[in-house]
Write a protein that binds this ligand. Structure first.
Ligand SMILES: [Fe+2]
Length: 252
């Protein structure tokens, strides 16, 4: 067996780790703020003042750093929700997806930095993951350009999403397992990250799997539950997903 090399921590590496810890603290503080986030009292906002603030946020987003960007996206989401509560028609779903995607990227980036690794490092594993991701996009494009019925392209897209979400879900689960072997601040950093994303990732996997299954059943000419039971029952756990799947026959 090859002998393990002695780990030498350079000054540069130490500085990177210190920087990572600062970033991680900033993320943790941000997540705490999110948890305790409550609408502020005071002067009531009008539709006009909300519109102006949204415009300002869009301008700031271009030059904001990662942490600031995350808080701006959250503020934009809150303002859009407020706008919606005033009776305006706002499509929040794409903004929410944008927020969660950005948030998950930030959380993982902060974690990588916390452990003293440069998140821009191009490892062999990263190249493989990128290749798989690009292949899924290519498969969806192939199906769309094939000229068949749009339902067929939709099925391919649903399958690609399930492929990606299955691995995404497993990755977070593995991080949780890895955290068991850590102690102190390192364990806390991983557990805090997981606490934030676990429910969202469960939702991604179970809802996309439900859509894929029902779309397939529909394409086979059999009675399908659309939207799927997982979506209708707002499933957020593995047990909930199993129950929803079991209940589908009663929902036909
Ligand atoms: Fe996901």
């Amino acid at each position: 067996m090859a002998q393990r090399k002695k780990r030498v921590v350079t000054d540069e590496h130490k500085a990177a780790m210190a920087e990572g810890r600062t970033q991680s603290r900033a993320i943790a503080a941000y997540l705490d703020a999110l948890e305790s986030h409550k609408p502020k009292r005071g002067r009531k906002r009008t539709a006009e003042s909300i519109g102006k603030r949204l415009e300002a946020i869009d301008k700031q987003l271009g030059s904001a750093n990662a942490i600031k960007r995350l808080s701006l996206i959250q503020e934009r989401l809150d303002l859009l929700r407020e706008q919606e509560s005033m009776g305006e028609t706002v499509d929040l779903s794409s903004y929410e997806d944008d927020f969660y995607t950005q948030e998950h990227v930030q959380i993982v980036t902060a974690l990588i930095e916390h452990f003293g690794v440069d998140p821009k490092t191009e490892s062999d594993g990263r190249l493989v993951v990128r290749h798989i991701g690009q292949s899924l996009v290519k498969a969806m494009e192939m199906a769309r350009k094939a000229g068949g019925p749009p339902e067929a392209a939709q099925l391919v897209a649903a399958e690609c999403v399930v492929h990606a979400e299955t691995k995404d879900h497993l990755n977070w689960e593995l991080l949780g397992e890895a955290a068991r072997g850590l102690k102190g601040e390192e364990a806390k950093a991983v557990k805090d990250a997981l606490k934030e994303v676990e429910e969202q990732e469960d939702e991604h996997l179970y809802h996309s799997t439900g859509w894929c299954r029902e779309l397939w059943i529909d394409s086979l000419g059999l009675p399908a539950v659309l939207p799927p039971p997982e979506e209708e029952k707002d499933v957020k756990t593995a047990i909930g997903a199993a129950r929803a799947k079991k209940a589908r026959r009663e929902m036909l």
